[in-house]
Design a protein around this ligand. Structure first.
Ligand SMILES: C[C@@](CO)(OP(=O)(O)O)[C@H](O)COP(=O)(O)OP(=O)(O)OC[C@H]1O[C@@H](n2ccc(N)nc2=O)[C@H](O)[C@@H]1O
Ligand SMILES: Nc1ncnc2c1ncn2[C@@H]1O[C@H](COP(=O)(O)OP(=O)(O)O)[C@@H](O)[C@H]1O
Length: 378
């Protein structure tokens, strides 16, 4: 793990990765559900049982709603296969601080989990093995370099078992698309293997292992909407009212995350920009709390966007087209090259998706809504 970062000054008290309070802890000192704006109950609350489809509500192997997806009570019966569904993310705000000595940047990253899911199943096997299928499977390593395999190995080392597991991954999240698909699969592998091997780790312990794999893995475990500080791994849930509707323009080929960060540093140096500690946008968090899509659309911001456009100039056309077609907001998702567009409603998202498809500015178009829960045992 990289050394502890200096924190930006804002009102968010991050949940320490590794603490038992990692999952479902509340921001701003109140007990709040991360899926909606209610403050009276631990999640899932009465409200999101209504607003989140039943299949999105976290459930344990016994199907009891509300039991912890990542961890949960140690089970004594042996498990033969575990399937986990895990969402993609879009960064609603991605503010990048100066380059740190360890090669990372301090961030304010407002993560938002959306209903575009990879699925991973884990079953006993003699050795650690990976099979990948689905969209762009050929671009994903099917060996020990797969982030899911690395996560399973790390968990096995931690609990002292042989990593005998076959991981089957069905990809729907674009590869190297800025939607954290690899991190999602690593999170799914942690949850699945924890259950398969009866490890019973606390959600915070899984998050700590996840952070050692990649900065975005703890969020893929937590899901919903959360502010990530440090390198993005120190999370605080953000209250959201209702649901937001998104259209994603998937690009041909990916962008390398380290290359985009390096280009961001290069552009800043070339412009002689002074970079201070990033701050959470109150305008954005207020829009989320109020369920105000119009306001959220104009508060979206990504410091990596100029770098992504520099490395992939065609993204400028994609973003411009969406604004012309009436999106409430548009931005590059994380390090790109996927672009995210906010719609007013489900019907508006359908129209926007059709118009973007006709405009021919993307390899393919996907629709999704957020927030949704993190890695969840099916
Ligand atoms: C940019 C973001 C936005 O959420 O994700 P993507 O959009 O690519 O999915 C993240 O910061 C990516 O997180 P993740 O993909 O887990 O990155 P890591 O494996 O931890 O780091 C890969 C590399 O990205 C750079 N990096 C990552 C995180 C960070 N806070 N500062 C950095 O400079 C470093 O060069 C690092 O070596
Ligand atoms: N399970 C996985 N799914 C996707 N990519 C993976 C996986 N394991 C390793 N990778 C590698 O990680 C790189 C980044 O992938 P991904 O997480 O999808 O992108 P991003 O960091 O832009 O969100 C890919 O180029 C791929 O080589």
């Amino acid at each position: 793990m990289p050394p502890s970062p200096s924190l930006p000054t804002n009102s968010y008290a991050p949940i320490a990765v590794g603490s038992p309070g990692f999952s479902g802890s509340a921001p701003l000192g109140s007990l709040a559900c991360p899926f909606c704006s209610c403050t009276g109950q631990a999640p899932p609350c009465c409200q999101c049982r209504e607003t989140v489809p039943k299949s999105d509500v976290r459930s344990g192997a016994d199907g009891a709603p509300g039991s912890s997806p990542a961890g949960g009570p140690l089970r004594s019966r042996s498990v033969t296969a575990v399937s986990v569904r895990v969402p993609a993310k879009v960064n609603l705000q991605l503010s990048v601080g100066p380059l740190r000595d360890d090669g990372y940047h301090d961030l304010v990253s407002v993560f938002h989990a959306v209903s575009l899911f990879d699925e991973l199943s884990a079953e006993p096997n003699e050795e650690l093995a990976v099979r990948v299928e689905g969209a762009s499977a050929e671009e994903v390593p099917a060996d020990g370099d797969n982030l899911a395999a690395r996560a399973a190995r790390l968990l096995a080392e931690r609990i002292g078992v042989h990593p005998g597991v076959l991981l089957r991954i069905r990809k729907a999240i674009p590869v190297a698309g800025g939607m954290a698909g690899g991190s999602a699969d690593a999170a799914a592998a942690l949850v699945a293997c924890d259950r398969l091997w009866n490890a019973g780790l606390e959600p915070g312990e899984l998050a700590e292992l996840g952070a050692a794999i990649g900065s975005d893995v703890p969020f893929a475990l937590l899901g919903a909407t959360a502010v990530g500080l440090g390198r993005g791994e120190r999370l605080s849930p953000v209250p959201v009212k209702g649901r937001f509707h998104w259209v994603f323009a998937l690009a041909e080929g990916g962008l390398s995350t380290p290359a985009v960060y390096a280009e961001c540093d290069r552009l800043r140096a070339a412009h002689g920009e002074w970079i201070g500690a990033p701050q959470v946008s109150e305008r954005l968090t207020t829009a989320l709390a109020n369920g105000d899509a119009k306001e959220l659309g104009s508060a979206l911001a990504n410091d990596l966007q100029p770098a992504a456009i520099m490395l992939r100039p065609s993204l400028r056309r994609t973003l411009t087209a969406s604004r012309d077609l009436g999106a409430l907001g548009a931005l590059v998702s994380g390090s790109g090259p996927t672009c995210a567009f906010l719609a007013e409603s489900d019907a508006h998202a359908l129209d926007l998706a059709a118009a973007l498809s006709d405009a021919g500015v993307a390899r393919s178009i996907a629709r999704a809504y957020g927030p949704v829960p993190g890695a969840t045992v099916l």
